[in-house]
Every structure is written in C-alpha cells, then in structure tokens.
Design a protein around this ligand. Sequence first.
Ligand code: PLP
Length: 428
Amino acid sequence: MTQISEYYRSMGISREVLEYGESVLLGLRDRFDVIDETAEVNQMKVLGAMQKNRVSAEHFAPGSGYGYSDAGRDALEGVYADTFHTEAALVRPQITCGTHALSLALSSCLRPGDEMVSISGKPYDTLEEVIGIRPSRGSLAEYGVTYREIGLTPEGDFDLDAIGSGISEKTKLVEIQRSRGYLTRPSLSVEKIGAAIRRVKETNPNVICMVDNCYGEFVERLEPSDVGADMVVGSLIKNPGGGLAVTGGYIAGTKECVENAACRLTAPGLGAEVGPSLGVSRSFFQGFFLAPCVTAAALKGAVFAANLYEGLGFKVTPSGSEPRTDIIQAVELGSREGLCLFCEGIQAGAPVDSYVRPEPWAMPGYDSEVIMAAGAFVQGASIELSADGPLREPYAAYFQGGLTFPHAKFGILMSLEKLWEKGMVKLP
Ligand SMILES: *Cc1c(COP(=O)(O)O)cnc(C)c1O
C-alpha cells in the first residue's frame, strides 16, 4: 500500500471509498489540463493589471477615517477594472456581501417608475427581498421600481424571442444571473450571456445590463464585461477574494454605473472619494492575485464531485462532462437524511470546526430551512470548501469551493464516506 492511502485511512476515508475516488480521477486528467490552461490565462490578466497599476508596498498601508486619497483602495479598484476590462470598479470592505453589492448596483441605477427585468428567470433567493418579490422593508418595490421576469427556455437557455418582445422603452435595467444559485437550471456561459445582451441592446440600447457574476469569476477566459455587460457584480468571499479577503464586494462596469453605486454606498457628493481600506488592502490584492488558481482548484473539486456522484447514479448538475461557467456543483441526494449526511461529510473534512455537526436552520433571506457545511477560515466564505442546500425537493446539495484541490478531494471523499457508512450508496 502506498503511503498516501494510509494517510487517507488515518483521516477516516475507507479503502473502498478511496479506490473508487481514484478510479474516477483517472478519467479526469484532460479536463484538469483545460482548467489549468484557463487559470494560466486569468493569472496573466491579473498580473498584467497589477503591473499596469504599479502596485507597490505603499498600497498595503491601512487607510482610516474618511479614507481620502487611500492609494491602496484606488489602485485595487484600478486592478479590478483592468482585469474585467471595464472603465471603473468599486471594491470595498464596506460592501458586506454579494447581496449587498447586488442591492447597491440595482438601487443606485433604478429610480421610481423604472422597470427592471430579470431575463434569466427567478433570481437568487436573497434578491427576492431586495427586489420586493417577497415584500420586504426597504425593497425596490417600496421605492416604486417595478419588476418583471422573463424565464429561460425549457432547455435552460435564454429565450431570445421573449427578450426581444419583452424589453420596452420603460425597461431601465436587465438583470442576468450567471450561476445557478439554488436552482437546478444550468448556469449561463459568458458566450450565451453575450448573445442575450446583444438582443437586449438591439431592442433598447439604453438598457443597463447587469450580471450577477457570483461564483463565475475566472472560470472562463472571458467575463460578462467582455461581452457587453455594463456592470458585473460579486462577492469577495467567493472567487475573486481568493480565500484571503475577509469580507467585501465589488461592482465593475461603466464609469456611470460605478459612480452611481459609489454615491449610493457613501453619499451623494461623496461617492468613491470616501471609504477607508482599513487593513484589508494587502489581503484583497493578494487574494485577487491567487484567485485564478484558487478558482481552478474549486473547479476541479466540482468536476470530481460531479463524476464521483454521477457514477453512483445520483443526478448531478452540471453533469460530469458538461462545460462550466461557475464553481457550483449540485448533487441531488433525494432525501433529507442524504442531504444532511453529505453536508456532515464536508464539515468533517474541514480545517476549522471539523468536530461540529451542521444542523438545518431558518437563515435570514431564505424562504425554507437551509443546511450549511462550512468549516471555513472566513465565516461563510464559499470559495472555501462548503456545501449547503435548502431542505426541500429534490434535496440538492450545492457544493462549492476548495482553496486547494487536495482539500476539495478529501472533503468530497468524506461526504461519500458518510453516505456509504450509513448504507445510502453502493460502490461499484
Ligand atoms: C452568493 C450569491 C449571491 C449573494 O451573495 P451573498 O454574499 O451570499 O450575499 C447572489 N447571487 C448568486 C448567484 C450567488 O451565488
């Protein structure tokens, strides 16, 4: 027996589970090579942006107070803008999470009487309260912004005809969600997003196209901002934080959109000029520098999990062989117990809080109970190995993250170990 299998055994992975896992991995070498090539391209994009913005040690100093002339903050925003090929970017620790960034992007560009249209169907759960689909204090609906939805086709593609006829003079902003979120619909590739944006702009060139880019950054060689999006929005405790950012969100886009957002984040007249970087600049730069390779590690974990569970007869989305545009992997466990065991395994494989057992809870912003496994260094960071899922049919675990592939592999094997020990799966 090789030494490595002994390590796995001492860490709680049985020989049967490991052998099955290794047999799955053998078939994935070519896929992994492609993922590594994408990381290489994206690494150069980030590196080039850092060199162009002359990032230097002085940019790591912590800004305080108002944050006037915070050089680190300004250079970081330049790096994001150059990486995403946008005119400007707002990248701040004062943006607390992805929902906050999206809410900011929407509320800063929409005025009473405006209409917003989602063209990728139902948006992410937490946006329901932001928009007011579920009535909520301070929602866009309370401010007189109306909302409509254009669904995807049964195949999960943009419905270009419905977009052509559904966008009107009144439409101010179109929202597109790249990732699947808590749905089992497919994620939308950058190429498809580009085609949808072209259709929107043909219909009404003044519409602002905003893309919820959460979980999508660096998965492909292009970003939605390369194919016409006016704004891309995301969270720093997902892909672009590279696991090092402790909080934060970003909006990259046109100067107009980013200035709108800045004036809403701080105050009219103040805009992006205020907002100290506190002590986060170094970790934001370094995390962004690592992000292409961290995203690649997470992506390999997702592809591994898909093939591992698909081989055992579970429905997985995307399938083991489908191309990817985000790092999320859904595995339909089919029962409450299966979903809970899967999450227990991910938790048991974590570097932090590995000894606790996750329990379902009614998380703010979500309309059904959710179970989450996240033994993360940064609370709730889902670029770190994590799994979560709402306790409703089809009991799908949404699996994502992994700062290193060896850790993602270990956590996934541990999830299978838990199911196997309870007799819920048969190994081939
Ligand atoms: C995570 C996520 C959000 C919300 O981000 P939070 O940081 O959890 O508030 C929005 N949209 C999508 C697609 C996401 O994956």
